[in-house]
Design a protein around this ligand. Structure first.
Ligand code: ADP
Ligand code: ADP
Length: 232
């Protein structure tokens, strides 16, 4: 489960202040999919960066299963970060590595032995529906398949939270549907909490249990999918 409390990010540009996030509070319990929807400039990218501690929030807390990431020191932060799997708009794979080596990369970083890693990678590729793609290179795969590889890689360290940043914005409608079905199939996997940040309402409608509407850095509406969608 991920809990965000009063998260605020202020950028300073000379004398001007931009409150990119202004008191964002939300909870995503294990086993559920929460969507954050907002127009361009709403604060989505800033939220992704602050949740993953790529950028340090000005104030507020990000807790994963009760552990406060914003208070963690360098080595504890590295460990805590592995609790969040991040999937980008485009999979950002290493072109010179095979699919198997891309998926296994986070496991290499934590020093997992090759035999164990190979078994884990094979399992992950089955989960995302690419059981035979291990030896291939990213350039040989379609955009949708590369996105599946990105999801497998994000799942490698068995995170508690999977954070999707505009996961289907670069995909055609049919591929989008397939990826959304895959995200849905991950629901409930080992108590995973899923957070999907998007500007696309159809994405939220198809897969989310609950939704927050982000506008001007604030959550202006939040609740079960039907309630929020009906209020728009
Ligand atoms: P979104 O991803 O929803 O389009 P952003 O998080 O990129 O929104 O931006 C939210 C607001 O914060 C915008 O007004 C943007 O211009 C501003 N902002 C984002 N990053 C910075 C930055 N590094 N410095 C100054 N302002 C920023
Ligand atoms: P996205 O398309 O992901 O929302 P943006 O275009 O909002 O991305 O921002 C791209 C990058 O530029 C981000 O790293 C963001 O922090 C930075 N940025 C956005 N707005 C500003 C701004 N007003 N001043 C400085 N940097 C900004």
């Amino acid at each position: 489960m991920i809990t965000v409390t009063d998260l605020t990010k202020v950028y300073r540009q000379g004398r001007r202040e931009v409150r990119a996030l202004d008191g964002v509070t939300l909870t995503v319990p294990a086993g559920s999919i929460h969507g954050i929807i907002g127009h361009s400039g709403a604060g989505k990218s800033t939220l992704v960066r602050c949740l993953t501690l790529l950028d340090h929030p000005t104030s507020g807390k990000v807790e994963i299963n009760g552990v406060d990431l914003t208070a963690a020191r360098a080595d504890a932060l590295r460990t805590a970060r592995r609790r969040i799997g991040l999937v980008f708009q485009q999979a950002n794979l290493f072109d010179s590595r095979t699919i198997a080596d891309n998926v296994g990369y986070p496991l290499e970083l934590i020093g997992m032995k090759k035999a164990e890693r190979d078994a884990k990678v094979a399992e992950l590729l089955r989960v995302v529906g690419l059981p035979d793609s291990g030896p291939a290179y990213p350039a040989q795969l379609s955009g949708g398949m590369r996105q599946r590889v990105g999801i497998a890689r994000a799942l490698a360290t068995e995170p508690d939270v999977l954070l999707f940043d505009e996961p289907t914005s670069a995909l055609d409608p049919k591929t989008t549907d397939e990826i959304l079905d895959l995200i849905l199939s991950l629901k409930g996997r080992d108590g995973l909490a899923v957070l999907v940040i998007t500007h696309e309402m159809h994405v939220v409608k198809k897969i989310c249990d609950s939704v927050s509407l982000l506008d001007g850095g604030r959550i202006v509406e939040s609740g079960p999918l039907v309630e929020v969608v009906n209020s728009l």
